[in-house]
Design a protein around this ligand. Structure first.
Ligand code: G3H
Ligand code: 13P
Ligand code: ZN
Length: 309
């Protein structure tokens, strides 16, 4: 059934596990994720970025998710990822989503509160839940030094005021993760600020926290890509044990996009390289879909801990 994240998060918090929030932008990826979730009897969040919405079109994605729902009883939430203004949030709330993120993290604290509150008011009147964000995810390309990087982490002393003044249902935080497949410099030891997460959890008891930029960038897929004509040097993600630790704490939603892209690309590249005379898109897309499904199963069982939840 199509649901909000409310009940999912309540149970995930209590059970010390997290729900996977997987980015979707085509039929094969939606099928791969929902089939994996169905086989593991796991609740799942399908999330759509502005870019995905532009690529596939809003109605196509909603209808594909509706089609997936015909096939399963698992709880599925349809979520807008990184909504940047009120208008895109409104379009998704009016257009069948059950959850939206308003990402006001680039604004000042006060402007972020005002924007987030406006989205929350509109969403809650219509039974839709809202994720806000405090702190900014670093990109290693940003070339920030350590003290500047410090300033990007979520400040625990701001979280209670932000949540109480906006009424958000969940909060995305910055504790050292980043988007993409190059999260740390070569030779740099991956690290997350669990001390900040702990302090946020102490100040916001029982409140669901969201971790963006949480792909692990498994070497297995990078190797398949590179062996089949790809060129991905120094791709590094978040180690799985750190994600398990976060899931056991207040983190109830773990965002994964890059890992899906890598698995899909590995499947497609491998198929095409091994079958140079084939030109039926169904053949290589099926391989991409198969790899994404295996990846999602692995996440559900070994990282998120939400199998059978
Ligand atoms: O937050 C970033 C997600 O991976 C979505 O990426 O904007 O390229 O669709 P995108
Ligand atoms: P990754 O790039 O680590 O997969 O993060 C995805 C994300 O946070 C989507 O909002
Ligand atoms: Zn994100």
């Amino acid at each position: 059934a199509l649901v909000t994240t409310k009940e999912m998060f309540r149970k995930a918090y209590e059970g010390g596990y997290a729900i996977g929030a997987f980015n979707v932008n085509n039929m094969e990826i939606i099928q791969a994720i929902t089939e994996a979730a169905k086989e593991e009897n796991a609740p799942v969040i399908l999330q759509v970025s502005a870019g995905a919405r532009k690529y596939a079109k809003h109605d196509y994605l909603v209808k594909l998710v509706e089609a997936a729902l015909l096939d399963t009883d698992i709880p599925i939430a349809l979520h807008l990822d990184h909504g940047e203004d009120f208008e895109i949030c409104k379009a998704c709330i009016d257009g069948g989503f059950t959850s939206v993120m308003i990402d006001g993290s680039k604004h000042s604290f006060e402007d972020n509160i005002a924007l987030t509150k406006k989205v929350v008011e509109y969403a809650h009147e219509r039974g839709v839940v809202v994720e806000g964000e405090l702190g900014r995810l670093a990109g290693i390309e940003d070339d920030v030094n350590v003290s500047a990087e410090d300033a990007l982490f979520t400040r625990p002393d701001e979280v209670e005021e932000f949540v109480s003044r906006t009424g958000v249902d969940s909060l995305a935080i910055a504790i050292g993760t980043s988007h993409g497949a190059f999260k740390f410099k070569p030779g740099q030891k991956p690290q997350l600020r669990f001390d900040i997460l702990e302090e946020i959890q102490r100040r916001l008891p029982n409140f669901p926290i969201v971790l963006h930029g949480a792909s692990s960038v498994s070497q297995e897929y990078v190797d398949i890509i590179n062996k089949n004509g790809g060129k991905l040097d120094d791709a590094i993600g978040i180690p799985e044990d750190m994600l398990r630790q976060a899931a056991s704490m207040a983190v109830c939603k773990i965002n994964i996009d890059s890992d899906l892209r890598l698995a899909f690309t590995a499947g497609v590249r491998e198929y095409i390289m091994n079958n140079p005379a084939d030109f039926d898109p169904r053949k290589y897309l099926a391989k991409g879909r198969e790899y994404v499904k295996a990846l999602v199963k692995h996440k559900i069982i070994n990282v998120l801990g939400c199998s059978g939840a």
